[in-house]
Design a protein around this ligand. Structure first.
Ligand code: UDP
Ligand code: MG
Length: 227
């Protein structure tokens, strides 16, 4: 299989049909053999019913369901365990990331030899309360990790060589610094691609200031523990 798209989601019922239809268009146009793994992180809306409907309509759809809300990192972890593609692409469910980026991300892994390619939302459509803490987070992450060429560690849109996702354990709020974990596991060819970003079309953000503070604390503890 060429590509597994792993999509963690928490209460995103409105976005899912549109997102899957878009992914399907891109995959078919490029003749990719693929699967889309929706990981339902304890949604309390109808997200799971929507996934079941998509699954009944297409063999390319797979679903994982958590009984409660565990968080984005555990959702990615379970999606990574199940993924069968040579290249694994993660994407948020809210239509802020564009499936049109998939072919070039795939090419960068398979032809340019990258282990991991992180999206870079150079122009973001998020409120200032989000973009300012993000800048601070990324400056700190660049300084402590030595991965100087990444601007957007926490971008939900990323592509990985399959071995990378099978070699890292992510939990807590660790999805914010997967590039550091990949580097720690011996994968050094880490690149970046400027990607389109869009305003959230439905629903609302699940990551407020409190989660940001927890993320910063996690990062400090990782650095201290590594010494
Ligand atoms: N998400 C999740 N579990 C959570 C919080 C978020 O699976 O506990 C998903 C969410 O549904 C979305 C992605 O993680 O698909 C990114 O979340 P969000 O769009 O709220 O974050 P933002 O883009 O505002 O940083
Ligand atoms: Mg979002």
């Amino acid at each position: 299989m060429d590509i597994s798209v792993v999509i963690p989601l928490y209460n995103e019922e409105e976005s899912l049909p549109e997102l899957f239809a878009w992914i399907q268009r891109v995959m078919d146009a490029n003749h990719f053999n693929y699967e889309v793994i929706f990981v339902n992180d304890g949604s309390t809306d109808h997200s799971w019913q929507v996934i079941e409907k998509l699954r009944s309509e297409s063999d390319n759809v797979k679903g994982i369901k958590f009984r409660r809300n565990y968080g984005k990192s555990p959702a990615l972890y379970c999606g990574f365990e199940k993924a069968q593609g040579d290249v694994v692409i993660t994407m948020d469910a809210d239509l802020q990331d564009s499936p049109d980026e998939i072919p070039e991300l795939y090419r960068m892994i398979t032809e340019d030899g990258y282990d991991l390619v992180s999206g870079y939302k150079q122009k973001r459509y998020d409120p200032l309360s989000k973009t300012i803490p993000t800048k601070l987070f990324n400056a700190t992450a660049r300084a402590v990790s030595g991965i100087k060429n990444l601007h957007d560690f926490n971008c939900g849109l990323k592509a990985y060589r399959s071995e990378v996702v099978k070699s890292i354990d992510i939990y807590g709020e660790m999805h914010r610094y997967i590039p550091m974990l990949a580097q720690g596991a011996g994968f050094s060819k880490i690149g970046e691609k400027v990607v389109q970003h869009r305003a959230r079309k439905y629903g609302h953000t699940k990551f407020g200031l409190e989660r940001f503070v927890n993320g910063m604390l996690d990062m400090i503890s990782i650095v201290v523990l590594r010494r």
